[in-house]
Design a protein around this ligand. Sequence first.
Ligand code: NAP
Length: 275
Amino acid sequence: MMKTLTIKGVSVPALGLGTWSLNGRDCERAVATAIEAGYRHIDTARAYGNEAEVGAGLRASGIDRGDIFLTTKIWYDDLAAGRFQRATEQSIGTIGVDYADLVLVHWPNADIPLGETLEALAEVKARGLARNVGVSNFPVALMREAIEKHGADLLCNQVEYHPFLKQDAVIAYARSQGLMITAYCPIARGQVMGNATLAEIGRRRGKSEAQVTLRWLVQQDGIAVIPKAGSEKHIRANMEIFDFTLSPEDMAAISALGGDRRLVDPAWAPDWDAA
Ligand SMILES: NC(=O)c1ccc[n+]([C@@H]2O[C@H](COP(=O)([O-])OP(=O)(O)OC[C@H]3O[C@@H](n4cnc5c(N)ncnc54)[C@H](OP(=O)(O)O)[C@@H]3O)[C@@H](O)[C@H]2O)c1
C-alpha cells in the first residue's frame, strides 16, 4: 500500500518516479510502466528535456489526470517576473496538461530578487497553472527568507538526501514550517548498493540496499522520495517498500551512516550551510 503524505492539507504520494536522464521512448515507457506498477507521483523539470515524453507516458498509461501528482521545475535563468510565468505555461503545454500539481524553483538565483520570484510563484498558483508551489536546493537561510520575510506559502523543498548526506538542519526547519522534504538522489545514484550496514538490514527482510534506503526515507515524517529507475525491474522493486517496517535500531543505524557525500553540487549551487 502506497503511503500518502498530508502536507498543509494536500495529499502527496510518498513515492514518485524521478525522470532525470530518462529521454525519448525510454522515458515514455518508464512513466507508463511506473503508473501501471502503482506509482501516482512523477517528477520532471524543464531542464530534463523530457516533459513531452512524461506527458506521453501519462497518456499511454490511461490514468486519469486527477489521479497523478505531477511536479515540474523552472530553471534558474527563468526566475524573473514574466519569464517564470511564461516558462510555467510552456511546461504544462509541453507536458499536455492543464495544470501541474507542484511547480518548483529548480535552483535559487542570487541575481534575481527572491521576492520577485516568489510573487511569480504565487501568481502561477493563483492562475491555477500550479496547484501548489515550492522550491528546490534551498538552504535554511533561503527557506527562512522566503517564508518569514516574504510570507511564501510553499509545499516543499526538494533536496538531495540519502544515507550518506545528512540534512538535519534543512529537515528540521522544513518540519517546523509544515513543509515536505522531497529527497532527490534518494539511493545516492546507486551508491547505496554494496553498503554493508544497508545490506545486513536488508538481508534479514529479503530487501535490497536500495529498498532499505527508500524505506528509511519514507518512514521519516514528511519525507517523499523520487528514485529514478529506467528498468522495469527497478521501477517495481522501488515500490516494494511499503510491506515492511524498520525498527528504531535499524533507523538509527542508517541515520548514523551520515556524512557529507553531496553528489549534486554544480557551480551555481548556493552556500549549502547558509542558516
Ligand atoms: N531538484 C534537483 O536539483 C534534482 C537533482 C537531481 C535529481 N533530481 C530528481 O531526483 C530523481 C532521482 O535522483 P537521481 O536520478 O539523480 O538518482 P537516484 O534516484 O538516487 O539513482 C538513480 C540510479 O539508481 C538506479 N536504481 C534505481 N532503482 C534501483 C534499485 N532498486 N536497485 C539498484 N539500482 C537502482 C537507477 O538505475 P536504472 O535507471 O538503470 O534503473 C539509476 O542509475 C531524478 O531523476 C530527478 O527527478 C532533482
